[in-house]
Every structure is written in structure tokens, then in C-alpha cells.
Design a protein around this ligand. Structure first.
Ligand code: GLC
Length: 744
């Protein structure tokens, strides 16, 4: 076939595809319009109304009226927190009794797994493994959709620099670049091959926006920042989610610069639906429309409905403002019908894309539900993702990995035999079953088989009794090595779980000291949904693994890492402070006019006279059982124009005796600009697996996007000047450096 013919056929195919997509879209738009035309104003208001089921409450439940009759009358567009195919089918059948038989949407917080539970999102972020993160979301979607769910209220993509905030557990940490890539991976995982597939659920990027910057790390608190900081640090993961095709967004509880996000048209209309051309719909957070009264932004629910619909909040979760006042507002001419129609069309479009108009019960398949939940393939994946999320913080004397021939191991601490704790916050517990969860104790028992595994609880998580210390010390003295599992309770992080004190609770650190005093080698596992403070342990205990909350395969994953069946490769997605007084601390700070370069520079860089300038553990930090050498840095050029690119290559060598993975991180610093720039910014990374002795050439591309930033007019620009290029194993462990210039 001639080249010319090939080219023509390809062109023809592309045009056919395009017109087919256009035709398809036109069909959906036509369907939307045809349904809209039939709807009364009351039915339209009903589509914008969402209630929670009573199975699980994720907010303050309002018990009023008969929800089921409201469904039958078409006064409800969606429900959340409905568990399982049986119940979603029952409720969907009620919607089919309504005049227009518009199907319900079922949403749920499937944040890190449905039945098969994956590590909390912050832990998964520590894997820096985008494929693993996407797979985790894909499996969560497969199980949730099999259980009748159409829509997950995830990914949470809030950038967070304050570990006192309990919801850091739900996001991807402090960095906009890593956070954006993870947002994209999670949206792709949840939505899979696209809405309409029965294993795909709608994603929901939340909480729009800047919820993670709550003053004092106190949940729901105010947020006040420059628009430049908002665009530079807090919006990128949301934009990435929108560009990845997230079907929905959820707004946030906080006020931003004095305007509650729910009533913030700058956020929802100017940016999201305007600049970003978002075609999905925005759901309010739980009751957030009505909560604008408490904000002091509106007087009553009537005004709340007016403010929210004008600002672009399409669906009202649980506040009933739209249900009670939207028709009145339209009839009184306060709200143009077009605004209501726009919101209704956005919601109808998603219901059509999901195929619910063709078959409202297509997600209600009992067989699929039975086969999908916690199947062996999912369990295997959960174990692998969990192992990849464990951060090796310290490994003195190469104590780890433990030999499988170790005769006697003492496993001590309040979290050793806990089962559900391993799921972390925002997990979906199966009401009558926890057998699928592998405790840390079970994980070791299965791994060790023969050798003696001794146990003592030692103390509680929060209580201050030391009565168990003596027994724990006695058990430790019988062992060759001691493993301790300590940390927070899983519900000490998550929503409405901010802590002013992020040290280990109770007397756990004292227990570690008592066990350490026996002289036995000690490995400490720290379980938490946030960075904690544990200075004494860091300074005295030889080996520390940060195990976060790893989900239903926690025990197996921890055992795999402890005995070297998996070589830890994770890197911290958040800085760990030395004390609460050091918060906020993050790696991409501005230099200031008095930068400190060491702890002795007391007169420089807003340092404390009584504390080091460095975090306890920095962003991007994490060790391996092997070591890596960075060498042979080369740049294809050292001067570029904005439209040109630099190819950066370097060689990575595994110089240790274990196969392992390294996250090679590339940071840039724009030395001089018309607004000050961070001392370094993560601009690329690669996770590379190498056998002992193996080397690999790693290649990065520096392009205009990586050199751009928002100036003081909020223009996304580049400016000529010198850039520092840094490549390293963490944001502080820079192994290779160079400089290049961007010229006009
Ligand atoms: C909660 C959370 C939000 C969640 C919603 C529904 O208040 O803020 O993240 O998706 O309500 O449970």
C-alpha cells in the first residue's frame, strides 16, 4: 500500500473517530436536553439534592422526613453511604417509581479500597510508584462498582504542610508536583477505561480548595493566602485531576480569603468551570451549603442556596437548602432557571455516561459483588502496594533485614495484635467480617513458621499504665531481637482529628526506652496517619520502619520487609518536624534575606534559637537495604531558550548486596525572578530497580513547563536567568549538581 494511500486512510479513520465522538457527545447532549425538557422545576431541584443513608454516617446526620418517599417523588438525585448491591437495588427501584424514572447516583468514600483495603493515601504517596497507586484505585473501583457504587469521593488532593491536621492521611503530602501526578494516577485508576464500564466509578477531586492550609492545622479552620500561593502550591493537583478527566469535584468546608469555598465563584466558576473548562459537576461537602450561615456569610438557608447555586455548587450534600428553597428562588426571579438547568444537565450527563438511563441496575450484580470483593488478585496487589509504602527511616548496624533463621523474636507493643486498626481512617469495614485483615502478629507468625515468636502488649496506645512493662521487659530478655509496634490509634488522624501534640500518645516511648535498656537489638514500627514526633527513638533505636496504616495486608507486608522479601523503597511525601513548634516546615521554602546554612547561624533565616533549622526527616527521605551511587551527570546544553529542552542524564549504580529500588529525584531552583522562588522544587523523579552491582543511565528532560511559574500578575511565565539543577536521594541528600541558563 502506498504511503499516500496509508496517510489518507489514517486521516479518514481519525476524522471518522472524531465525528463519531462528536456524534456520541451530541447524542448524550441530546438525551440530556430531552430529559431536561420533561422535568418540572421541583424535579430539577430534586436532582441537586443528596442525602446520606443511615448505614454509616460521615457527617452530622439529619433525621427528617421520609427519604424513601422523597426518592419515589423524584426529590432526590443521589445518596451516599449505601452499603452493597442489595440496598442500592432497593433504593434504585424506588427511584424507578418516580414520574420520570431518573436513576439515583450512589456515592461513597472509597478512599483507599472497598473491602480489600490498601494503605492510607499518604502511605501510598510514599511509594512514589504511580503504577501501584493507579492499580490501588483501579481495584478499589472494581470492588466498589461491584457493590453498587457509581461514584467515589476521592482522590483527596489537598496539599498539606501541617501534620497536626488529621486529614493529611488522606492526601499525597506537601508537594504540588508529586501531588499532581498522584491525583492523575488516582483519577485514572478510579475511572479506568471510562464511565459506562461497570468496573469504573466517577472520581471526585476534593476538597476544592486549599482545605489543607487550615490555620493551625485545625480542621475546618479558615484559610488565607495570596492568589499566587493558591495557584502555585494548592491548585495544581486539582488541575491535574480535571485534566485527567475527573467526573466530579467536591468543594471544601473552609473559607478562603473570607469567602467559603461553597459560595466561592472565583474557585468554582472562574477557575474550575471557566479557565479549566470543567464539564463535570461539583458536589458540596457534607452540609457545607447550610454551614455558610455559621460562617456568617449568609443569613439563612434561603440565602445559602442562592449563594451556592450562583457560585457553581451543583449538588447539595445533606444541607437541604436546594430542596427547600431553590424552586422559590427561581420563582421569585432571584436565581435564573438557566443556572439550575446547567447544574441539572451536568448531573444528568454523568448518569447517562454511566449507562444508568439504559439500565439503572447495571451496577447491581450479586455475582459480580461476590467475585470481586477481596479476591486473591486484589489481596496480592494490596500486599505489594503496602510493602512499597513502608519507609525505612533508620537501619543502624544493618540490623534489617532480619535473618529467617533468627531463633527467638519478641514482638511487643499495643499494635502488634490489633486487627482493624491496620485499616486506618476512611476505610470501609465489612459489618460482620474482619477475617480478611492480616494483623501484624499474624504476618510474622506466617512468615516465621518455626522459630519462637514471643509476645507482650507492654502498654496501651493512650493510657498511662506501666503495669505491662515488667512482662514486656522479661519477654524481651528471652529474645534474640525485639520488634515493637507502636503509634497512634487509627482514629487519631482523619476528619476532625487534628492534634496539637503529635508525639507518640500514652507511655509508648517509655516502653521503648525500657525495652532498649535490656540491650537487645530493637526494631520499631511506627503506625500513624501523619508524621509523628519520636526524637528519642530516632536518636537511640537502631532500626525504624514507618508503617503508617497499611490496610488489610499490613501483617504480610510488614513481614515481607522485616525479613527482606521486599527491600523498602518508599520516600517521605511530607517533612517530619522535630517539635510541634517547628510546624509548618516544608522543603520548598523561600530563601529569605537571611538564610541559615547551618544550625549555628543563629542570626539568620527565621531559625529558632533552641532548635535545629532542619526537619527530623525531610521530604523525599527514605533508606534501602542496599546503597546507590549517583554519577556521570551530563546536560545536553547549558544555555537554552524557552522553547528548547535540556536532556539530563546520570548513572545510578546499586553498590550494595540487595536488589532494590531508588527514587531518583530532580529538583530545580530558579535563582533570581520577579517573585522569589523556592530554594528547590521537585520537577521530576524516576523509581528505578537495580540488581546488586547493576548500573543504569537515567534520563530527564527539562522543558519550559518545568521552568515556569506564576508571577505577581498570576501569569504563567518563564524568565531568563540561572537555574540550579540538583539530583538526589531526597530533598536534602543532593548527590549531583549543575547549573544552566535560560536565555531570552
Ligand atoms: C465528609 C468529608 C468528605 C466526604 C463527605 C462524605 O464530611 O469532608 O471528604 O467525602 O463528608 O462522606
Amino acid at each position: 500500500m502506498s504511503k499516500r494511500l496509508k496517510a489518507f486512510l489514517l486521516f479518514f479513520f481519525v476524522i471518522a473517530q472524531f465525528t463519531n465522538c462528536e456524534a456520541q457527545k451530541k447524542t448524550i447532549d441530546q438525551k440530556v436536553d430531552s430529559v431536561l425538557k420533561l422535568m418540572t422545576l421541583e424535579e430539577k431541584a430534586g436532582q441537586l439534592n443528596q442525602y446520606s443513608g443511615d448505614w454509616i454516617s460521615t457527617g452530622p446526620i439529619t433525621n427528617d422526613g421520609d427519604k424513601q418517599n422523597q426518592i419515589r417523588k423524584g426529590q432526590l438525585g443521589s445518596m451516599l453511604n449505601i452499603m452493597g448491591v442489595k440496598h442500592t437495588r432497593q433504593l434504585q427501584a424506588m427511584a424507578m417509581e418516580s414520574r420520570l424514572r431518573i436513576p439515583l447516583l450512589f456515592g461513597q468514600d472509597v478512599i483507599h479500597g472497598y473491602k480489600t483495603t490498601f494503605p492510607i493515601p499518604l502511605a501510598e504517596a510514599a511509594s512514589w510508584d504511580l503504577n501501584a497507586i493507579e492499580l490501588s484505585a483501579r481495584i478499589a473501583a472494581t470492588e466498589a462498582s461491584a457493590a453498587g457504587i457509581h461514584w467515589t469521593f476521592a482522590p483527596m488532593v489537598d496539599i498539606a504542610r501541617d501534620p497536626r491536621w488529621g486529614r493529611v492521611m488522606e492526601g499525597a503530602g506537601e508537594d504540588p508536583y508529586l501531588g499532581s501526578l498522584i491525583a492523575k494516577a488516582r483519577v485514572k485508576g478510579f475511572q479506568g477505561k471510562g464511565l459506562g464500564n461497570t468496573d469504573a466509578v466517577m472520581a471526585c477531586a476534593k476538597h476544592f480548595a486549599a482545605y489543607g492550609a487550615a490555620v493551625g492545622g485545625r480542621d475546618y479552620n479558615s484559610v488565607d493566602m495570596s492568589l499566587r500561593q493558591l495557584h502555585e502550591f494548592y491548585l495544581p493537583p486539582f488541575r491535574a485531576a480535571a485534566e485527567a478527566g475527573a467526573a466530579t469535584f467536591m468543594n471544601s468546608f473552609n473559607d478562603l480569603n473570607g469567602i467559603p469555598a461553597t459560595g466561592n465563584s472565583y474557585l468554582q466558576r472562574d477557575i474550575l468551570k471557566g479557565q479549566w473548562k470543567f464539564k463535570g459537576f461539583v458536589v458540596s461537602d457534607w452540609g457545607s451549603i447550610g454551614e455558610m450561615i455559621r460562617h456568617g456569610f449568609v443569613k439563612n438557608n434561603y440565602e445559602a442556596a442562592l449563594s451556592a447555586i450562583r457560585a457553581g455548587s451543583d449538588m447539595d450534600m445533606e444541607s437541604r437548602s436546594y430542596k427547600d428553597y431553590l424552586t422559590k428562588l427561581v420563582k421569585e426571579g432571584k436565581v435564573p432557571a438557566s443556572l439550575v438547568d446547567d447544574a441539572v444537565k451536568r448531573i444528568l450527563r454523568k448518569k447517562i455516561e454511566l449507562g444508568l438511563f439504559d439500565d439503572p441496575y447495571r451496577f447491581c450484580n450479586d455475582e459480580r459483588e461476590k467475585g470481586a470483593l477481596n479476591n486473591p488478585e486484589h489481596v496480592k496487589a494490596a500486599r505489594e502496594v503496602a510493602a512499597k509504602s513502608i519507609v525505612l527511616l533508620k537501619n543502624g548496624n544493618n540490623l534489617l533485614p532480619l535473618s529467617k533463621n533468627t531463633k527467638k523474636i519478641a514482638f511487643i507493643g499495643p499494635l502488634v495484635k490489633e486487627v482493624k486498626q491496620n485499616l486506618g481512617f476512611w476505610s470501609i469495614e465489612m459489618p460482620d467480617d474482619s477475617s480478611y485483615i492480616v494483623s501484624q502478629w499474624q504476618g510474622l507468625v506466617k512468615k516465621m513458621r518455626s522459630a519462637d515468636l514471643l509476645y507482650a502488649r507492654g502498654c496501651g496506645i493512650e493510657d498511662t499504665s506501666r503495669d505491662g512493662f515488667a512482662e514486656a521487659v522479661a519477654v524481651a530478655q528471652k529474645a534474640d531481637v525485639v520488634i515493637m509496634s507502636i503509634g497512634e490509634r487509627r482514629d487519631m488522624s482523619g476528619e476532625a482529628k487534628s492534634r496539637s501534640n503529635i508525639h507518640l500518645p500514652g507511655v509508648q516511648e517509655e516502653l521503648v526506652k525500657a525495652i532498649h535498656a535490656t540491650g537487645k537489638p530493637v526494631v520499631v514500627l511506627i503506625n500513624a496517619g501523619r508524621p509523628l514526633i519520636f526524637d528519642w527513638i530516632t536518636d537511640n533505636v537502631p532500626a525504624i520502619l514507618y508503617t503508617w496504616w497499611l490496610g488489610s495486608e499490613a501483617g504480610n507486608a510488614i513481614a515481607d520487609v522485616l525479613f527482606g522479601d521486599y527491600n523498602p523503597s518508599a520516600k517521605l511525601p511530607m517533612s517530619f518536624p522535630r517539635t510541634e513548634g517547628q510546624i509548618p516546615i516544608y522543603y520548598n521554602y523561600f530563601n529569605t534575606g537571611r538564610p541559615a546554612t547551618s544550625d549555628n547561624d543563629r542570626f539568620y533565616r527565621s531559625a529558632y534559637i533552641d532548635l535545629s533549622i532542619h526537619p527530623k526527616y525531610e521530604f523525599g527521605y527514605g533508606l534501602s537495604y542496599t546503597t546507590f551511587q549517583y554519577s556521570d551527570l551530563q546536560l545536553s546544553k547549558r544555555k537554552i531558550r524557552a522553547r528548547e529542552k535540556i536532556e539530563v542524564t546520570m548513572k545510578l549504580t546499586n553498590t550494595g548486596k540487595y536488589a532494590g529500588e531508588e527514587v531518583v529525584q530532580l529538583y530545580l531552583r530558579d535563582r533570581v525572578a520577579t517573585v522569589v522562588r523556592p530554594v528547590k522544587e521537585l520537577k521530576d523523579f524516576q523509581k528505578v530497580k537495580l540488581q546488586p552491582g547493576e548500573s543504569k543511565n537515567i534520563r530527564f528532560i527539562i522543558d519550559k513547563e518545568k521552568l515556569s511559574f506564576y508571577n505577581d500578575k498570576l501569569q504563567w511565565i518563564t524568565e531568563p536567568g540561572d537555574f540550579d539543577l540538583m539530583i538526589g536521594s531526597s530533598s536534602a541528600d543532593i548527590r549531583l549538581k549543575d547549573v544552566f541558563e535560560l536565555v531570552k
